[in-house]
Design a protein around this ligand. Structure first.
Ligand code: C5P
Length: 211
């Protein structure tokens, strides 16, 4: 399969030195890319600002903002069979980005934000017979909210995890996830290294493609 993976956070600047972002490190997305390559698939990895080395054999496209990530997904999606959206896309961006560093004395304490587009939902019209897989990081029992996101975003599978659990979520080497499917079935995976989670997700995608 030709697999498109997005990974890491996005970064939304308000001036040349300041930005809003989130705690994603890209580890889960890069682990997915490694697992997909090891299984013999072709991988295009669209990465937000992360400090991880490119998995050998992946074609990497670096982006910074959510809007750049959306453009990169639009460009790369037509050549792919599967899109796995693992990136923690910033939900909001500053309404304006100043070309010069904002002066502390002139800042009002109010930052005006505008919503970023939902990348998965925006490219849904391009889906065709491609498989779309999403991730849902929640705080608390994730499955009901994840089911809702899977329906809302037209996904074939969603990988849900509670980021407050020990050993799961951001910046950890391990993750504990549940795979959810549109027919209501679910697979709870044990706590395991992100690379093994990646292998399980890629195998599940393979089964969806060729049941
Ligand atoms: O942020 P949320 O929990 O809705 O994210 C769920 C899924 O949607 C993830 O797969 C994420 O990569 C994707 N997403 C997106 N564009 C956004 C926000 C999230 O594609 N602006």
């Amino acid at each position: 399969m030709k697999i498109l993976i997005t990974a890491g956070p996005t970064r939304e600047p308000l001036d040349p030195v300041r930005f809003i972002s989130n705690r994603s490190t890209g580890k889960m997305g890069f682990a997915l890319a490694s697992a997909a390559l090891a299984a013999g698939h072709e991988v295009t990895l669209i990465a937000g600002p992360v400090t991880l080395p490119t998995p050998e054999g992946a074609r990497r496209v670096d982006v910074v903002t959510a809007l750049e990530m959306l453009e990169a997904v639009r460009r790369e999606l037509p050549a792919c069979d599967v899109y796995i959206s693992c990136a923690a896309v910033a939900d909001w961006r500053p309404e304006t980005c100043s070309p010069e560093k904002l002066k502390k004395a002139r800042m009002t304490g109010v930052l005006r934000l505008v919503p970023n587009p939902d990348i998965l939902r925006t490219v849904l019209p391009l889906k065709g017979d491609r498989l779309f897989v999403g991730f849902a990081a929640e705080t608390g029992e994730p499955t009901a909210e994840a089911q809702r996101k899977m329906r809302d975003k037209g996904l074939d599978m969603i990988v849900a995890n509670d980021v407050t659990q020990p050993g799961a979520g951001f910046a950890t080497e391990t993750n504990r996830v549940t795979l959810l499917f549109p027919d209501g079935t679910r697979r709870d995976l044990p706590l395991m290294p992100k690379r093994e989670v990646g292998t399980a997700v890629i195998e599940a995608v393979g089964r969806l493609r060729r049941p």
